[in-house]
Design a protein around this ligand. Sequence first.
Ligand SMILES: Cc1ncc(COP(=O)(O)O)c(C=O)c1O
Length: 364
Amino acid sequence: MIPIANPIIEDEEIQEVVKVLKSGFIAQGPKVAEFEEKFANYVGTEYAVAVSSGTTALHLALLAAGVGEGDEVITTPFSFAATGNSILYTGAKPVFVDINPQTYNIDPQKIEEAITSKTKAILPVHLYGQPADMGIISQIASENNLVVIEDAAQAHGAIYHGDMAGELGDMACFSFYPTKNMTTSEGGIVTTNNKEMADKIRILRAHGEKERYQHSVLGYNFRMTDISAAIGVAQLKKLDKFNLKRIENAAYLSEHINEIDGIKAPYIMDEVKHVFHQFTIRVEKGSRDDWIKFINENGVGTGIHYPIPIYKQELYQNLGFSDECPEAEKAALEVLSIPVHPNLKVEDLEKIVQVLEDASMRFV
Ligand SMILES: Cc1ncc(COP(=O)(O)O)c(C=O)c1O
């Protein structure tokens, strides 16, 4: 089976981890500081604060923005649950705005009508590695005095109009989960140019400690370990190479998929670098379940990102969410991700295309 994701861990990562294990500093220590400096440098922000996951990055970024009980945060329903859950953790209410059916990202034209006197922030997601339309989003945010927090969990190295994902909002949150474009095993980071926000996040990730054993606010233990940071430092060096391979794989797949009846290749906006965390096609003819069964039976892994809009999840239904986002609901029934990761070989790409051609013959 060609897997849908395949993290690349080489000798360098292993040796860096062994060094940390032998150093005596295995929790948050100098490697985390080194990783933060290198990641901030890569993204082009003043600060980067490493944490235990992409989810905790979002949670702390929202808290640092002052989001809490009674506030609303505008976001997309077509994302991993963590995007909505992180808003719920703060006591605020996620307000879901429908997506653009081509990019699958939040539709900026629909944001303004969702703004109320309670809106505090906008949380766009750069889904699948393609930046959200940040120009319009930033303009709406500045006109309405809202904080912008990028969910860049899937977009390490992506670029929008010359600027990198991570420096497009007031803060940005990345995930380093193993399937992502780079990994630290579990892990996350917040990037920002805002010193006050960076300082708040540093305090919140370590039990609200400004000084050792002096707790000024209610914080958490959301620290990253030096073991994870050691993997991150090694992976960051290879991120551009990994992304280039993803982009080349995506170009090959798109070129061939455009000739196959019944499925549609991803759309790429002008002036963006899409880093293809996922290569997600739309099944336009036949049943998606039939396509998936056939593709899997013929040795190619698939994923559905995402089968249920966040507000339709049982948790959200039980909380009384009744949003309606028709484009997100339609996409949830039609999208299908196929392998694009940098470990694919030419034979794998050829096989993927062949299997899709065979499926098309059968179901269209
Ligand atoms: C869009 C998005 N947001 C947030 C997260 C949460 O990241 P993590 O799994 O590191 O907590 C993920 C990844 O899983 C994600 O894909």
